[in-house]
Design a protein around this ligand. Structure first.
Ligand code: LRH
Ligand code: MN
Length: 379
């Protein structure tokens, strides 16, 4: 298994209240690639980065692809951005983007997504992730069906621009930035849109995009059952879309997600090749440390899921022996896989203890003098 790290996760994240940069954090895509290379050098399971446009915009994408390749990195799904207005943008997305009532805003958003596909082709990506914040804050603000129909019409235009071997990953989210209704709010709307669009449209599950206590592992099973499981944005959350480190709050849920993925791999529907990507906001840690720890948490969850005695589990399910079924899962979950994951990492040329190796490297302090991050001067 291998995971893609988000370019936007290489820098410190923040909230609407404040962002606290750290000395030596990356300030552009080139420095972000360097830091993503450090994560892969030590963890050996993050060989790809997922870029976001226009945040990672450059003049020469061929050169950027070569720059990443020199670091042993490739590019995973590109991410479009029609949830912010860019300086000099003709039409604001304040009333939505792909579902806006304004045909000009829809056209602008469609053209941006098609531009992201063209950039992705130069970078060697094979998918575009389309998340839109479109929605409402008041009952009655928009017709709930017309807004979805406008989205579907726009998404079909983006779908039509997909190269043959590309995927369009639809990312649902229950709320935020809209707080009454969201056009693509849940997996149900996402799978119906993906079925409406065609075989190259699949659904992406961001673990933080659900109501508290949602059974996300069942969503994994459902999307796979209908051949629409396209990928993941791994993170963790306690309340909302907190974008906390993967496995840091609810490691058991992460295990149960991978348990479904191991079952899915045994029963492939359509093509089973979900994209594993991290999508986090590192507000209080060194981003490299959080990416290393999150990659480890994902590898550990997968290793534990591989340890499940599937024959015993399936027999207990047939026998309706709930306790044996649960204890079969729990036995795998209780297994400490840290040594086997460390051995696999070491055999792949990585560090036995990646976090300790990173700290010992003094990387961040070494980078601070050459990276004039916004934190400069603030103790
Ligand atoms: C939306 C989201 C989406 C990204 C953004 C950075 O909450 O998860 O995947 O585009 O975060
Ligand atoms: Mn996401």
């Amino acid at each position: 298994m291998s995971i893609a790290v988000p370019t936007w996760g290489a820098g410190r994240g923040g909230t609407r209240f404040c962002k606290f940069p750290i000395p030596g954090e990356p300030t552009n895509i080139h420095e972000k690639l360097e830091d993503c290379a450090v994560v892969h050098q030590l963890s050996r399971i993050t060989p790809r980065v997922s870029p976001h446009f226009p945040w990672d915009k450059v003049r020469d994408y061929k050169a950027l692809r070569e720059e990443a390749a020199a670091f042993g990195l490739g590019f995973d799904a590109v991410n479009s951005n029609t949830f912010e207005d860019q300086p000099g943008q003709k039409i604001s997305y304040r009333n939505g983007s792909l579902s806006s009532t304004d045909p000009g805003a829809r056209r602008q958003a469609i053209e941006h997504n098609i531009e992201c596909i063209e950039i992705g082709e130069k970078l060697g990506s094979k998918a575009i992730t389309v998340w839109i914040g479109d929605g409402t804050n008041f009952p009655g603000q928009q017709d709930l069906t017309d807004s979805l129909d406008r989205y579907l019409e726009s998404a079909a235009r983006i779908y039509a621009a997909l190269p043959d071997n590309w995927l369009m990953l639809i990312e649902h989210k229950l709320y935020e930035p809209a707080f009454y209704s969201t056009v693509i709010a849940d997996w149900g709307t996402s799978i119906l849109a993906a079925q409406e669009l065609g075989d190259k449209a699949k659904c992406l599950i961001d673990l933080g995009h659900h109501a508290p206590n949602t059974n996300i592992e069942q969503i994994v099973a459902r999307l796979h059952r209908f051949g629409k499981l396209g990928g993941f944005h791994f993170n963790d959350s306690k309340y909302g879309d907190d974008d906390l480190d993967t496995g840091s709050i609810n490691p058991h849920q992460l295990f149960l997600v991978f348990n479904e993925l191991v079952e899915a791999k045994r029963n492939p529907r359509a093509s089973f090749d979900p994209a594993y990507m991290i999508d986090q906001s590192h507000n209080v840690t060194d981003p490299i440390e959080s990416l290393i720890a999150s990659a480890e948490a994902i590898a550990a969850a997968y290793a534990k899921a591989l340890l499940v005695d599937r024959q015993a589990l399936h027999q207990a399910q047939i026998d309706n022996d709930a306790m044996t079924a649960f204890q079969t899962l729990r036995a795998a979950y209780r297994t400490d896989v840290t040594p086997i994951v460390a051995m696999a990492r070491w055999q792949a040329g990585g560090a036995v203890d990646a976090l300790a190796a990173y700290r010992a490297s003094g990387w961040r302090a070494r980078k601070a003098p050459e990276r004039r991050s916004a934190s400069a001067g603030i103790a």
